[in-house]
Design a protein around this ligand. Sequence first.
Ligand code: GLA
Length: 388
Amino acid sequence: MRQQLVDKFLEIYGEGDGVGVYFAPGRVNLIGEHTDYNGGHVFPCALTVGTYAAARLREDTELHLYSLNYPESGMIRCSLQDLAYRQKDGWGNYPKGVVQTFMSKNCRIGQGLDILYYGDIPKGLGIGSSASIEVVTGLILKELMGLEDITMIDIALFSQLAENEYIGMSCGIMDPFTIAVGKKDHAIFLDTSDLTYMYAPLALAHEKIIITNSRKSRSAVDERYHERRIQCEQALKELQTVIAIRDLGELTAEVFEKVQEMIGSPVRLRRARHAVTENQRTIQAVEALKRGDIFEFGQLMNASHLSLKEDYEVSCEELDILVEEAWDIDGVLGSRMMGAGFGGCTVSIVENSAVNEFIRKVGENYEQRTGLHAEFYVVETGNGASVL
Ligand code: GLA
């Protein structure tokens, strides 16, 4: 992949030395959904698929961006002095947003860049493709601009800031963080309230992680995501009138029961309950994994789905059908919707011996019930962003 990307880079941008190649993965979240902006825990891992980029410094202060995945967008050109968001720049706004964010954080970006991107993350899955473009761009800036003080965590934070303020999507820290610091055969137990984290071994000798794409096209995800965020913030304010907490993630289910009556609407109560119980499930799931109890881990994933469906209301008919069909198969330890929701994909842990049956049966029954043809990906965990 490295040499192919360099060859393509030289063909597009012209011969010359100084081309570096970089990679940032996609991510899968095993449990801890919609907790990362509620000060809760998440438990994701980096994948082996992701975004590759070849890059070289320019003599001037221009930024030239090209993606092999979006050849129809052509070459996107802008100057470092004018990085404003432009609709017509499409995917190119992600890297532009990262450069702008680095500059706003006083990182010296004195020279322009030529960058060629290529991603092997299937479209529409919701496994962090935009965050992987952002993090790989951040890594390029760190390396080529000599920003030695910038850590991988800074790159994750700047990527989130670019997404929040430049792109306008109010996502949490989970995706860029996982992509920046992921580790093969490990998941990251991250406390999003203070960014402390530890790696938990995930050597699944007898099981596979399967991502199933519902292929249900999503609409208004950003708006509905933002709405959930606001509802949780309001519920938190209501609870803060009786209890000194900074985040919903600080509450145990028992304490929540005692104070929940302060929340003035049934909808906000359900949202907050999900944020609290999902965080508790994530903590329990990591403990179960440490004990080697993958069965319990799977049960908690299933409970996560029900909470996302009933309390957080971010699932949809297609995701529910995929999950129900998965639960019906012997050898499926756990299955649930993953990521923002309203479409996208599910994540399942399936015993090796049941993988073929899972793909066949879930695929057939899903198609029969929805008319949609699901796609299945048996994924492997990988390392975080790196220079190749
Ligand atoms: C999206 C966001 C993440 C996280 C998940 C839900 O993937 O980018 O920050 O909030 O949704 O867990």
